[in-house]
Design a protein around this ligand. Structure first.
Ligand SMILES: [Fe+2]
Length: 242
């Protein structure tokens, strides 16, 4: 399996604080059956001011540590980009690392504020689309605005935005309501990928296997596998030499 949303890179956001923690999470990921990861540290102006340079440096450090520890996990990096007007400048100045590609567009992992979908957000996603950037909305099932009003997601689906659902949402880790929305989105065929969004060993570990089992019950084995293998590979292929 390949995981396209996680915070395993050492020391650059609220994920793994150092390389030892990164390695511990990497070992857990391998046990889960994950062979490849695109790490997605936060780019959140004023909170996590990551740049392509800071991300590349952390990736290099992680790769060297994985190699010397003999851990069979292939890693690459992109970012989880916080919604905000700053990202327009970031895109214009080519400072946003992309997750990969989907049907000719670049894919950006886009994070909305937890409590809401900001008013007019669909105008920014439309602006991105006009520049050949297709947003993949990170964990919509955990957004309070969508919990209050699931139809808030509709304009983004109509624009063709992709959706990433967090694996442990499906297995109830984020509560009943997130599980319900994740289930509905899955049954409606709106989910592009399942990903771990792993941050740490105890509260946010890199789990995927149980969510795949849950997805199999809902949509069948073949479609469940598409969410953790076929689709994420289609997006992230260029990150890896295979
Ligand atoms: Fe995340």
């Amino acid at each position: 399996m390949i995981d396209l949303h996680n915070h395993l890179l050492p020391g650059i956001d609220d994920g793994a604080p150092d390389v030892e923690a990164s390695l511990e999470l990497a070992r857990m990921a391998v046990v889960e059956g994950i062979t490849h990861m695109v790490c997605t540290p936060h780019i959140h102006p004023g909170r996590y001011d990551n740049t392509p340079q800071s991300i590349a440096a952390a990736l290099q450090q992680f790769r060297e540590a994985l190699a010397s520890a003999g851990i069979e996990l292939q890693v690459a990096a992109a970012a989880e980009v916080r919604f905000g007007l700053e990202l327009m400048t970031g895109v214009a100045e080519d400072r946003i690392p992309f997750l990969g590609q989907w049907e000719g567009s670049k894919v950006m992992l886009l994070e909305f504020p937890h409590g809401e979908i900001p008013f007019g957000a669909e105008r920014l996603t439309q602006w991105l689309k006009g520049r050949g950037v297709l947003p993949m909305i990170a964990h919509p099932e955990r957004n309070k605005g969508i919990m209050r009003q699931p139809s808030r997601l509709r304009p983004f689906l109509e624009q063709g935005c992709l959706l990433q659902v967090t694996a442990s949402s499906l297995t109830g880790h984020f509560g009943e309501q997130a599980a319900e929305i994740a289930t509905d989105l899955l049954l409606q065929g709106h989910v592009t990928i399942l990903a771990t969004d792993a941050h740490n060993r105890d509260r946010r570990p890199p789990c995927l296997r149980n969510a795949v089992k849950a997805a199999e019950q809902l949509i069948g084995a073949q479609r469940a596998a598409e969410l953790v293998s076929l689709n994420p590979w289609k997006i992230a292929l260029d990150h890896f030499d295979r």
